[in-house]
Write a protein that binds this ligand. Structure first.
Ligand SMILES: Cc1cc2nc3c(=O)[nH]c(=O)nc-3n(C[C@H](O)[C@H](O)[C@H](O)COP(=O)(O)O)c2cc1C
Length: 178
């Protein structure tokens, strides 16, 4: 009986197939934002954001290496993660590049203010996490930045979180709390 050689690196699924599968994974829509040490303002709509640890409070944000923002997510750099509400689809589109804006021009959407660190924070976000990059990993197309959360701001509004699933913005139908 001939044995199939076991490769150390099995062939990966194609990127298109991967994206197709990932469209089924509903995600909360956020804007990850920063003002770099050099003063460059950047912000990107991102669903690849996840809670990582409660102690120390940390999250992970995965940003495409082609983005100016990714280059600024280096150890110690401050940044914010702003969770959008159902009423902030326009902001999601602006920072997602669908309105043809880049860099600081995207910040005309939404009301932004600055933290003591100079980080842009979205006033009406459902929740805003002020972070510092604890470490980062460059993997394939993306930089995964681990953010140590220094402060959390919450909106008083009872809005729902804006979600993205099956290639479109959606809002959740609320059921009983778990
Ligand atoms: C709903 C949605 C979710 C997205 N999620 C991510 C993400 O998690 N990471 C990422 O790097 N880009 C994500 N993008 C794409 C970026 O927002 C988009 O490419 C943006 O224009 C990049 O900014 P840049 O032009 O400064 O590179 C997403 C876009 C949308 C509309």
């Amino acid at each position: 009986m001939s044995e199939k050689p076991v490769s150390a690196e099995p062939p990966a699924a194609g990127p298109a197939r991967f994206r197709q599968g990932m469209r089924c994974l509903a995600g909360s829509v956020t804007v990850v934002a920063q003002q770099s040490a050099g003063g460059t303002l950047s912000g990107v709509t991102a669903t690849a954001v996840c809670s990582l640890s409660a102690a120390p409070p940390s999250l992970i944000a995965c940003i495409n290496m082609t983005s100016v923002l990714a280059q600024g997510l280096v150890a110690g750099a401050p940044f914010s993660v702003n969770i959008l509400s159902e009423h902030q689809e326009d902001i999601a589109r602006a920072f997602g590049g669908q309105k043809g804006l880049s860099g600081r021009d995207r910040f005309i959407y939404g009301e932004w203010y600055r933290s003591d660190d100079g980080v842009p924070l979205l006033a009406a976000a459902r929740a805003t996490f002020e972070c510092r990059v604890a470490s980062f990993v460059d993997y394939g197309s993306h930089r995964a930045a681990i953010g140590l959360v220094r402060d959390v701001h919450m909106s008083d509004e009872a809005d729902a979180t804006l979600l993205f699933a099956d290639g479109r913005f959606v809002t959740a139908i609320k059921t009983d709390p778990v």
